[in-house]
Each structure stands twice: as C-alpha cells, then as structure tokens.
Design a protein around this ligand. Structure first.
Ligand SMILES: NC(=O)c1ccc[n+]([C@@H]2O[C@H](COP(=O)([O-])OP(=O)(O)OC[C@H]3O[C@@H](n4cnc5c(N)ncnc54)[C@H](OP(=O)(O)O)[C@@H]3O)[C@@H](O)[C@H]2O)c1
Length: 344
C-alpha cells in the first residue's frame, strides 16, 4: 500500500570530493511533485559508475548532491499528466539524481511499470542499463537485423543486459572481460565467445569468429584504451560507440583504416539527452524489451543489494570491481541481500 509521503526523508549526500567516506547520511526535504512527474517511495536504487565519478568530483550546483540515477518503488503522488502511473503503481525509473534516498521525483515519461514476474529489487537494476543499451545500439549505432556486436565490460551492469537483450534479438554477441571468472559469466549469459582483455587477442578472436569480416558494432567503456584495436576488429562500415571518455579524453588510432573501411567513431551520454528522446527510448523499452523480461529471456543480474546506510560500502565494492551485474542499495534494510566479493 502506498503511504502518504512525509515532509522529510533520510538520504545519502556527497559532502565533499573524495573517497566513499564522503557519502554521509542527512535529513532532506521530500521533493515536491510537479506536472508530468511522479513521486516514488524507493524500494531500491542502482549504483552506477557515474555515481562513483560524481562522488570523486564532489558537490556541484549543476546536479543534486544525492547520487542515484535509477530506482524502483511505489508511486505515492502523481502530478497532472503523469500518464498511467497512478498512486500505488509499482514502477522503475530513470531519475536525474536523488536515488540514494527514501523518495525521489521522476519524469512520468521516464518511468516504466515493473515488468510482470520481476521483483521490485531486480527492477531497480534495469533502467540505466536498458536505456543505455537501447539508445547506443539502436539509436546511435543503428544496429541492423543479424549484425554482430562486441561489448567491452561484458559483466558490467550495462554489459549483462546487453548480452542477454542482443542475443535474444538474434545478434551474435562477443564480449571482453577482465578475468577468467567474468569471461565464464559472460558466456553463461549468452555471449557467443568472450575474451579476457588482459590476456587474449580479442581482435584475432572476433575476426576469426566472424569468418574474417570483423564485428559490425562495438560498445566500448574502456575510456579509449582499446580504440586502436577496436578499429582493427570492426567490419567494413562498422560503428564504434564510446560510453566513457576515460581520464585522458584523447584517442590515437589509424585514420587510414577508418577511411578504408568507412568506419564511424561515435559515442553518447545518456543523462544530458533531451527529455523527448528519453521518452522515445522508454516507449521502445516497453514495446520490445519489457516482453523479453516478462518471459524470462532477460533478467537483470543483481550481485548484491546493501542497506542505503551502507552506500559507502557499495561504492567500495564497485571500485574493487569484483562483481558481475549490478550493485543496489535499499532504504528498507530488511530487503538487503548478503554480499560477497568472491564471485568474479
Ligand atoms: N555514456 C553513457 O550514457 C553511459 C551510461 C551508462 C554507463 N556508462 C558507462 O558504461 C560503463 C558501464 O557502466 P556500469 O555502471 O554498468 O559500470 P560497471 O558495472 O562499473 O562496469 C564497468 C566495466 O568497465 C569495464 N572496463 C573497465 N576498463 C576496461 C578496459 N580497459 N577494457 C575493457 N573493459 C573495461 C569493466 O570490465 P572488467 O571488470 O571486466 O575489467 C567493467 O565491466 C561505465 O564506464 C559507465 O560510466 C555510460
């Protein structure tokens, strides 16, 4: 049952630039809901690499100092034009910060019903990865039927959704990962072949696995480390989509190869996308991706869900990188799950 929202709530705030210890518990006002928005009583929130980078940069006037870009929960108040999301609906949403809290406001057009058969916890692991995968493969790279893909970060939150979704849609999926355990996990999720980027020659691997042609699209989150080799691994008219600018923000690669193969090098950032583009992605997710979740073809992979009060610990786990899928936090401590660092 949806409860009437209180005036104040507990939230985790970035108090200074720094390590996980700068994430501190604070009392905050519950945000007011406006037209086209819903107020969500949060069941769980996803932890994203973005949050770690935001924490390292510190508080900023540009964004909420409460991190968190995706949540699941119950709608407890709805503004005018909130569409189908009436009070009491079970939803998950992409939010513009504010997820590490008890309540958050979301744009109704970036809010989706929890897919039938999926629990509320797992639903918090879907929005950021699903929006990112859909936008980059189908919006930016224009992935066509049957085209092959290579994903770096095959066991990341984004990678675990991408492998399952693209395999279910009939695309041959290849992945790279940073350990043997992660290579195994990526293959179990449906990757045709996965490579340990620390040891294997992934270029030779995908060229051989595609009969000499290379892959059509690469999604790269290595911050430019693999760009020169990605260009070698792409097929003629292939597209390379960058998700992370990395620390140097510069790439060095073969212009000749780009020209000969007519490659496209591009990238995108989800958070600054115009609302109408995010709404269009949400419509596509509901139409194509949610049915795959409801039939069990795609399941968000949740490594662990920690109590909201342990958000700093969740950031430490993310920085150690020894997990597969998503890390979550929950304001309902009884919904937290056990955690271990040993699975990857
Ligand atoms: N641009 C956007 O709109 C957008 C949206 C969402 C996410 N992202 C970015 O996408 C990435 C995944 O997000 P997430 O939250 O799912 O992060 P995550 O779970 O923390 O995963 C980060 C991944 O990056 C991989 N990686 C790091 N360095 C690598 C390298 N040199 N070669 C290959 N893989 C490497 C890691 O692989 P191993 O652990 O196997 O080493 C890990 O799987 C992050 O970089 C995030 O910032 C961007």
């Amino acid at each position: 049952m949806a409860e009437r929202p209180p005036g104040e709530q507990d939230a985790i705030v970035i108090t200074a630039p720094g390590g996980p210890e700068v994430l501190q518990w604070r009392r905050q006002p519950v945000p007011a809901v406006r037209d086209g928005e819903v107020l969500i009583q949060i069941h769980a929130a996803g932890i994203n690499r973005h949050d770690v980078n935001q924490r390292r940069r510190g508080p900023s006037p540009a964004h909420s100092d409460v991190p968190g870009l995706e949540v699941s929960g119950l709608v407890v108040a709805a503004g005018a034009d909130a569409g189908p999301h009436i009070v009491g609906s079970r939803v998950c949403a992409l939010v513009d910060g504010g997820g590490y809290a008890q309540y958050v406001v979301a744009k109704a057009a970036q809010t989706l019903p929890v897919p039938a058969g999926l629990d509320m916890l797992a639903a918090a692991a879907l929005p950021e990865a699903a929006f990112t995968v859909w936008h980059n493969f189908f919006g930016v790279a224009r992935l066509a039927a049957g085209e092959s893909v290579l994903l770096h970060g095959g066991t990341s939150g984004v990678g675990t959704v991408a492998i399952q979704l693209l395999s279910a849609l009939g695309h041959p999926v290849f992945a790279t990962c940073g350990s043997a355990a992660k290579v195994h996990a990526a293959q179990k999720l449906g990757a045709r072949q996965a490579f340990n980027y620390r040891e294997d020659d992934f270029v030779a691997g995908v060229i051989s696995a595609t009969g000499g042609s290379g892959v059509d699209v690469i999604l790269d989150m290595s911050g430019g480390q693999h760009t020169a080799r990605d260009v070698q691994a792409l097929a003629r008219r292939g597209r390379l989509v960058h998700l992370s600018p990395g620390s140097s923000d510069a790439i060095l690669t073969s212009l000749r190869t780009i020209m000969v193969k007519q490659l496209v090098l591009t990238g995108s950032m989800l958070r600054p996308l115009p609302d109408r583009e995010k709404a269009a992605i949400a419509d596509d997710l509901l139409r194509v991706v949610w049915p795959l979740v409801e039939t069990g073809r795609l399941r968000p992979v949740v490594h662990a869900c920690l109590p909201l009060a342990a958000a700093a610990e969740a950031h430490r786990l993310m920085e150690h990188g020894q997990y597969v899928g998503k890390l979550l936090v929950t304001p309902d401590a009884s919904a937290a799950t056990a955690t271990s660092e040993s699975t990857a």
